[in-house]
Design a binder for this molecule. Structure first.
Ligand code: G
Ligand code: G
Ligand code: MN
Ligand code: NA
Length: 255
């Protein structure tokens, strides 16, 4: 790790690693991208989930250097996998915390990473939760508009679980809705209910936004989402998040 200015944090010691979960185009079944998911490989405690350290990083402010390292490493990996080739359609998605969107220099940081790595802006997708849209300040809107002006894509993660109103979706320049896996779960679960997932797909279509179904674990869910017209999907049915070498192998040699 390194190259983005050591912070003395875990990334400086090589303990932070990125795993990659493929995104599959439902129509064709091909891998069209990856979501980068950070892990902390602690020398004593082993692999620690981001669910256990991201909240701490957010409350201490360390999320900013950590997030910048994740962004740079994911973009570098994307270019290594050919995301910079004009004939290769490969998108790298990176989770960005609300604390990072509060930084007015986030667009400059993103532009710097794109310039350093050579990843075309449209190949990068920044995932945010609905809470970012609800922090409805002029500063926040300005940051999102500047990111849009750079040309990166913006996605709402875990869509449907927050309290953002439809008006926010119009106000903010969002490209992609990621359907929370709780809605996908209900399609194949004990009490199947596809209504909410279908509604989100239709909402995306009406607003000209792509939809991604998260947490697909069963063939029946894959079929149902494809029939609904959902564009992309992720989930254990296709692949768990993988270390970079295994994820790269998936690209060369699709299952
Ligand atoms: O990969 P896993 O399912 O363990 O992720 C748990 C949570 O951590 C998810 O909500 C995911 O979005 C979040 N997460 C994973 N990697 C990152 C990251 O690099 N930055 C931020 N802010 N969140 C992340
Ligand atoms: O909040 P976000 O969507 O970024 O979180 C992604 C998390 O979801 C990752 O930690 C990943 O491990 C997890 N995940 C991905 N696919 C599946 C799945 O099919 N089932 C379950 N239960 N979790 C999944
Ligand atoms: Mn995500
Ligand atoms: Na999500």
């Amino acid at each position: 790790a390194g190259g983005t200015g050591g912070t003395g944090g875990a990334e400086g010691t090589g303990e932070l690693v990125l795993y990659y979960q493929p995104t599959i185009e439902l129509r064709s079944g091909t891998v069209t991208g990856f979501e980068a998911l950070v892990r902390w490989n602690h020398p004593v405690r082993g692999m620690i989930s981001p669910a256990d350290f991201i909240p701490l990083a957010e409350s201490t402010g360390l999320i900013r250097p950590l997030g910048q390292w994740v962004l740079a490493e994911a973009c570098r990996q994307g270019v290594e996998w050919g995301a910079g080739d004009p004939d290769r359609v490969l998108t790298m998605a990176v989770n960005v915390s609300g604390r990072q969107f509060d930084q007015t220099d986030l667009p400059a940081i993103v532009a710097g990473v794109l310039a350093d790595t050579g990843l075309p802006p449209e190949r990068l997708c920044l995932e945010m939760t609905e809470s970012v849209l609800m922090t409805d300040t002029e500063e926040n809107l300005a940051v999102l508009l500047s990111l849009k002006a750079i040309g990166v894509r913006l996605a709402i993660d875990d869509f449907g679980t927050g309290y953002s109103s439809l008006a926010y979706l119009r106000r903010f320049p969002v490209d992609t809705l990621k359907i929370d896996r709780s809605f996908v779960e209900r399609i194949g679960g004990a009490t199947p209910d596809a209504a909410l997932a279908r509604t989100i797909v239709q909402l995306g279509q009406s607003l000209g936004m792509a939809t991604v179904a998260e947490g697909i674990e069963q063939y029946a869910q894959f079929l149902a989402l494809r029939r609904m017209g959902c564009d992309l999907a992720q989930g254990y049915y296709f692949s768990r998040p993988l270390p970079a070498d295994e994820a790269g192998a998936l690209l060369r040699d699709p299952a």
